[in-house]
Design a protein around this ligand. Structure first.
Ligand SMILES: Cc1cc2nc3c(=O)[nH]c(=O)nc-3n(C[C@H](O)[C@H](O)[C@H](O)COP(=O)(O)O)c2cc1C
Length: 152
């Protein structure tokens, strides 16, 4: 019986905890109309498969129809993934909240994309609004907050 081949960029658990040049990006977005919780499970399954092959780790926070994702890994891979996510019609109003590249350990070394339930996504968005740098982000965040308040 042959052993399954290791994907080229598979993160060796020892390397995951090493300090290295890492790019991280945080964004939030709103789930599109008609997209269900089961679709979020599909997103997570795809993400786990694809991310582990490209050295990407992070978390996807989901609550009240709002996504909040932290992605970390090599800059080229993270940038390519974000381009893909930006065109995904399962969500809209995507706002990039921060991006940064530095030498450090991964924050989520063992999570190739973990789904986290948001206890209070409104608070997360409010915090993001207070630190938002440009008008486009402020507008999108305010719109998301308005939609949340309408529903609650
Ligand atoms: C909120 C959200 C988060 C996503 N996060 C990831 C991710 O971390 N990794 C990933 O590969 N795809 C992610 N996707 C899915 C991508 O947009 C894209 O559909 C997928 O990578 C394409 O994979 P496939 O060509 O193998 O079907 C996400 C989609 C959404 C809507």
């Amino acid at each position: 019986m042959s052993t399954p081949s290791t994907p080229e960029k598979y993160i060796n658990p020892e390397d995951a905890f090493k300090e290295q040049l890492l790019f991280n990006l945080v964004y939030c977005s709103q789930i599109s109309a008609g997209v269900e919780n089961t679709d979020v499970d599909t997103i997570i399954a795809t993400s786990r498969r694809r991310n582990s092959a490209s050295g990407i780790t992070g978390i996807l926070v989901f609550g009240d129809g709002v996504f909040f994702q932290w992605i970390e890994g090599p800059k080229a891979e993270v940038t390519a993934l974000v381009k893909l996510i930006e065109t995904d019609r399962r969500h809209e109003l995507m706002v990039i909240l921060s991006e940064d590249e530095e030498i450090r350990e991964r924050i989520f070394p063992t999570w190739d994309m973990e789904l986290v339930d948001a206890e209070n996504i409104q608070e997360v968005l409010q915090d993001a609004l207070e630190t938002a740098q440009d008008q486009k982000s402020v507008d999108a965040l305010e719109l998301m907050l308005e939609k949340l308040q309408e529903r609650n």
